[in-house]
Design a protein around this ligand. Sequence first.
Ligand code: KG4
Ligand code: ZN
Length: 330
Amino acid sequence: MLILAIETSCDETAAAVIKDGVEILSNVINSQVDIHQKFGGVVPEVASRHHIENIKSVVSKALAEANIKLSDIDAIAVTNTPGLVGALLVGVSYAKGLAFGLGVPLIPVNHIHAHICALFLAHPKLKPPFLCLVASGGHSHIIYVKGFTDFEVIARTRDDAAGEAYDKIARILGLGYPGGPVVSKYAENGDENFLKLPRVKMADSFDYSFSGVKTSVINYVHTCRQKGEELRAADICASFQRAVNEALCQHLIDAAKEIKVDTIALAGGVAANQKLRELAEKFAYDNNMKFYCPYLELCTDNAAMVGCSGYFNMQAGITADMSLNAIATI
Ligand code: KG4
Ligand code: ZN
């Protein structure tokens, strides 16, 4: 079974060919990071226009790298939610056209579920149930993965997503976009005990909140600037990274203990953070749990994970017709 997968939910135009659910024949990503960098974040309308310009060549490249023709494709999978609605619409419209023209099934894919499915690409023997933290620019969810298409949201962020907080800290420090990679790079040479930052724990849930830690850092930076004091960017980044990572891992492990699962996992762009991967692995080890994480290229947005999720959706009979629409939030 050959699935052509398309992903355009944010600022990456991506296409992949996946064989039998977990074998990646190609995984092409055209990133718009350089374009959005000068704005300090993704500009939705600009992203949509670039997806339109790029999608045809990205799909052609994915087919060429997989060494197959369009007529070899058995189904088209596409991310239709959640994301920037204009950006999603480009992928959805293109996928609909292809599926209609080829007479093959159209499979809708949820972007968050796709991030989780990156784990099955990296670890084909991994099977549900397990508890997964999906942390990206738009989401920080703890999800109980009960089956390949059966996901229950256990906790979410009440304000900023973890990746969003990384992006905002990088922006206030003038380090560029996206924030995660550059903040973690600075943090390598910093003192993680430099700033005392709040950790929020709700009394009645495993939900996250990152606005407090973000605001503390922003206030500290403003005060330093007003006083003309030196900004110790490496120490600030290291302290911030520690606070976010500890909160992410603590809630995940607490939820895993309550639900009584023996496996935890990370997914999403923030899972590319090396310190987070190490901390989650340590928490799992200390609690006699197994730990999984996709390899780095599969953490951030890509279409291979969409193809894998599409495969499981198709097996479960989840397909769409030409009325499929893009949905910004779910
Ligand atoms: O999953 P993703 O590629 O796109 C969304 O679905 O949002 O995640 C992007 C987010 C950005 O906020 C970026 O700053 C963050 O993931 N990120 C990281 C790292 N690499 C990317 N955050 C922390 N550490 C990293 N190494
Ligand atoms: Zn994503």
